[in-house]
Design a protein around this ligand. Sequence first.
Ligand SMILES: Cc1ncc(COP(=O)(O)O)c(C=O)c1O
Length: 360
Amino acid sequence: MFRVFNFAAGPAMLPESVLVRAQQELLNWQDTGTSIMEIGHRTSNFQDMLKRLEVKLRKLIVIPDNYKVLFLAGGGQGHFSFIPMNLAGKNRDVDYLLSGTWSERAAKYAKRYANVNIVTTATASNIPDKSTWKLNPNAAYAYYCPNETINGIQFSEIPETAKVPLVADFTSSILSEPLDVTKFGLIFASAQKNLGVSGITLLIIRDDLLDQAQDITPEIFNYKLQAEQGSLLNTIPTVPTYMMDLMVDWLVEEQGGLAKIAEVNRRKVAKLYAAIDNSNGFYSNTVEAKFRSQINVPFNLPNDDLLKHFLVEAGQFGLAYLNGHKLVGGARASLYNAMPEAGVDKLVEFMQYFAKKYAF
Ligand SMILES: Cc1ncc(COP(=O)(O)O)c(C=O)c1O
């Protein structure tokens, strides 16, 4: 069967075994004689799956009992607005750390609902030292994006915000390595990278942050109301929830969990940066080593003409969607959990071949 290595930033590559399972179960899910696409979100089959998914996620990530796990619509960007609506009710002062496109957009949206203080702003190659950050000790929360998918910049450690609850957009980094949930007040991730397909957002929120939504908050995006209803206040995106369930099973049963997948992810990304850094400048990534994304690797070629050739020839080699985001151009390889190490090996082989062919 024709399958490429898909390096897209999301919607992204899915494990073949997950797709095969979805295919096998499509016409008759759990012996109901109907497909997951046709089944009600209030049936016992669906609700049991949702409950078991939560249990599996709690065990996999290690989510303490004083956190709620929600499955909501709105993608990532919806929650850029729903977060200030839900968390900045009583105290409207909020902190934002800007490290790239997604955190900038989150801050921009938050300005409609809260008083946004910019703590720090990253350059194209690094994040300023924490000694220069202007944190507000009275902020309702401090927001950051651990891994910026477009700019390829990653925080090298979790920001320390003392008593101020930390809110994190883990859309492109969730489940890529072990995570200490207790450091956060709220974690959210849109699903189309490591959690399956687009249409659902996983949101993990500490109980004490639940009861402060502004009146304007739409009911279905009111985290407290959704927590009370087990994420079933309205029709949940059923198929994306099911795909998340399959992804979690795959990660646990076939990959051995977070510590194991993290080892593979570290090897994959090390090979790719080595290929860039050892290319005598043919490929370049100017982010300082400490801040380089461990998941989304943007890189440039000597000129636009070579970039075009690179993308076309890579496609012929079975390496797809290596174009960078339209805002920054260049090339980018996203190495989510479903990208096998063999895919990175093939990319590195191709990059070396291409550089040799076209180096001046
Ligand atoms: C880190 C991050 N945050 C937010 C988003 C936006 O997610 P959505 O398109 O689901 O709104 C993306 C999308 O790629 C992302 O990478």
